[in-house]
Design a protein around this ligand. Structure first.
Ligand code: UD1
Ligand code: CA
Length: 467
């Protein structure tokens, strides 16, 4: 049967007290509505209609053309929001998932289970519910004496008896599409908030003799609806725990899960160890048997197997097998670190390829460079890649040795096996196998240090006498 979805994302989210529209607030690095749309894709929804209103443009820019949109010009409630999809979806036969853009934790498995119950029982509507110790703020599921769902009552419209009910509406439902739009036609705004509640559809259906099911989710943590920053932090904590758990079950050691932040799309190989303070973001892929952290942030980067990265930041970098990075290294976009390369402390690499076995052990900047294999770049040596106008290329051949504190003024080329003497400022190419020295020759003046000290002392004494 055809499966469609309507995502409610038109509200302002007043309780967030934010300039950013509510559904665009990120949870583990991704806007909430993005998580919802991801989940719908996982259950093979054929058409997704996102209801936009506040921040419509921003939401559309973010989600792009993977979904369709309907505009709710005035936010008159969740029922009114769903009604905006009527022109496009109203005449379709099939099932429709209605889900809120502010419930990012609801999982594909839970949605599948809800749909399964819905189909098996032949219901006209199935509500995804949860049992909460503290149900405040959510709509309550009111069941009849036969245990069937009779209606949903919003917190603000609850009697004290209804408020005591712990089963809540998660804001997610499966509907027979035609029956949904038919019942919506009878919803009024006669309630505490003068809004057209989608939840009223349930009572309308049961009164008309339709069957409504409630599917109570196994893990109530999934139900969280983010209305304010307190719930946002809670959603972050829960989502993070879910992701970490999945990686641990897949063979990743996480020493301190409470202090390890892994975004949803990150991939990590087995037997990799994550130390406290590790943050893995975006489209990062980490291989097997790596040790990452402590205090390391890796964004949109690829790290192969058996790599060690300590106290470092990587962004859009590539690190090949058995390399070691840090402590305190910064790999910027285009850093391409070869096999068994050593990047040591206080080293910054940008847009540079480093061949196998090369070492940049301390205090260096390598930018816009192509460095061969088994090169040694000494302490404090840098590429001078920017002349204030252009970024220029530095090329260093295999087995070259660049001494400490060398300036390589780009564009410049150092040949294979060449040797650049410490302290040199290199402005011209050095050929294969040559040695380059470019620094002032040293002169020593015998006894001159004592002479100077004597002179200074005399000056000081003279000054003291005058005063
Ligand atoms: C809603 C449900 C409540 C449920 C809770 C679960 C209703 C009336 N209440 O309450 O039973 O327990 O979700 O989290 O449905 N929106 C629009 N247009 C509007 C109003 C809202 O698109 O005119 C969107 C919001 O952007 C949001 C979603 O609908 O993504 C839910 O609205 P919200 O105001 O957060 O509803 P709750 O009070 O949380
Ligand atoms: Ca909500």
């Amino acid at each position: 049967m055809k499966l469609m979805a309507i995502v409610l994302a038109a509200g302002q989210g007043k309780r967030m007290k934010s300039k950013l529209y509510k559904v665009l607030h990120p949870v583990v690095g991704k806007p909430m509505v993005g998580h919802v749309v991801d989940t719908l894709r996982q259950i093979d929804v054929t058409r997704t209609m996102v209801i936009v209103g506040f921040g419509a443009e921003a939401v559309q820019n973010y989600l792009g053309d993977q979904v369709e949109y309907a505009l709710q010009e005035k936010q008159c409630g969740t029922g009114h929001a769903v009604l905006q999809a009527k022109d496009v979806l109203g005449d379709e036969d099939g099932m429709t998932v209605v889900i809120c853009g502010d419930t990012p934790l609801i999982s594909d498995v839970t949605l599948k289970n809800t749909i399964e119950l819905h189909q098996r029982s032949g219901a006209s509507a199935t509500i995804l519910t949860a049992k909460l110790d503290e149900p405040q703020g959510y709509g309550r599921i009111i069941r009849g004496e036969d245990g069937r769902v009779a209606r949903i009552v919003e917190q603000k419209d609850c009697s004290s008896e209804e408020a005591a009910v712990q089963e809540i509406n998660t804001g997610t439902y499966i509907f027979d599409n035609r029956k949904l739009f038919k019942a919506l036609g009878s919803v009024t705004n006669n309630n505490a908030q003068n809004e057209y509640y989608l939840t009223d559809v349930i009572g309308i259906m049961t009164s008309a003799g339709e069957t409504v099911q409630g599917y109570c989710m196994a893990d109530a943590a999934e139900s969280i609806g983010v209305n304010d920053r307190v719930a946002l932090a809670e959603a972050e904590r829960l989502f993070k725990a879910r992701i970490n758990r999945e990686h641990m079950l897949n063979g990743v050691t996480i020493i301190d899960p409470a202090n390890t932040y892994i975004e949803k799309d990150v991939v990590i190989g087995a037997d990799t160890v994550l130390l406290p303070g590790t943050i893995l973001r975006g489209k990062t892929i980490i291989g097997e048997q790596c040790t990452i952290g402590p205090q390391t942030e890796i964004i949109d980067s690829v790290v192969k197997d058996d790599v060690t990265i300590k106290q470092s930041v990587l962004q859009e970098a590539y690190v090949d097998n058995e390399a070691s990075v840090g402590p305190f290294a910064y790999l910027r976009p285009g850093a391409d670190i070869g096999k068994q390369v050593k990047i040591g402390d206080f080293v910054e690499i940008k847009n540079s390829k480093l061949g196998e076995g090369t070492k940049v052990s301390h205090l260096s900047y390598v930018g816009d460079a192509i460095v061969g294999t088994n090169v040694n770049i000494g302490c404090g040596a840098i590429t001078v890649n920017y002349d204030g106008f252009n970024k220029n290329l530095t090329e260093i051949g295999d087995d070259a040795f660049v001494g400490s504190n060398v300036n390589l003024i780009a564009p410049v080329k150092i040949g294979n096996g060449a040797y650049v003497v410490a302290g040199s400022t290199i402005t011209h190419a050095v050929n294969d196998g040559d040695l380059a020295i470019a620094r002032e020759r040293q002169t020593n003046k015998p006894g001159y240090a004592d002479k100077i000290k004597g002179r200074m002392k005399a000056k000081k004494e003279n000054k003291a006498k005058k005063e």
